[in-house]
Design a protein around this ligand. Sequence first.
Ligand code: CP
Length: 314
Amino acid sequence: MPWNRRNLIAIEELSRAEIDQVHTTAAAFKKILQRSVKKVPALRGKTIVNLFLEPSTRTRMAFEMAAKRLSADVISFDSASSSTTKGETLRDTAQNIQALKADMIVLRHSAAGSPLYLSRLLNIPVINAGDGAHEHPTQALLDTFTMTEHLGSLKGRKVVILGDILFSRVARSNIWALTKLEADVTLVGPSTLVPHWFTDLGVKVSHDLKSALADAEVVMLLRIQHERQASSHFPSLGEYTSMFGLNKTRASWLNPKAIIMHPGPINRGVEIDSDLADSDRSVILEQVSNGIAVRMAALYLCAGAHPEPVLPPA
Ligand code: CP
């Protein structure tokens, strides 16, 4: 099924076939990244602007790396030294970037809906790199890509997402992706951060860590997103860790082959023990590496709406 989207705004709007197409394209690009020459000319002559108006390490660098591997020119927008500090609006900033003949914008913004807003305003593709607590589509695509590499089909696979679900765009995008891929998803954490209404999205909700982790094949940890919480949702970080932090004992409740995931940034000693984050069961750095191939796929597909990657021979 050909990819017909100019923009990548949310997993919610993607079909199962489109998710599979991103994964297939990413797998082809991952092979390129294993060669001695890790570059293809797919986006030569295109200019991609990384418009990151909220802090990022992994997503910003992976998009920049992905664009360079596709031979695009990349401009990474530094909000601290830009005219946004003089009051320029997102609309004006984006329209100026388009007037400067950029071919694509990758946007991270604290306001949910801002990538959709720009996609309706501009004539060039917009890719959502995380908008408030709404969605982080490329994160979920790389997370499900990584799970598939380890587990094969995700149909019926027991996936637990543990932590601050309420304020997490990563959780929302993964819920959409995993349910489309027919995984068996359980959200776990304190009731203030994992409200029961999430069951409307086709997932289970639990506040009982031991029963939720029992025989899970994937546990994805999320940090507490203080930057989006106007008030405290639990008494203290220490109490959160004692109730819901993943430690060695709790990890023993998982399926023996279970993988441990985290989108980053990690708060070691809070949502996960440092030893577990660095253990053989952790695929956290694999997620980061896969972020390049998956973002290459997203840029490539949105830039040209190509059905299949046109790759040079090995
Ligand atoms: N996972 C993720 O979005 O990390 P960054 O905020 O560092 O991009």
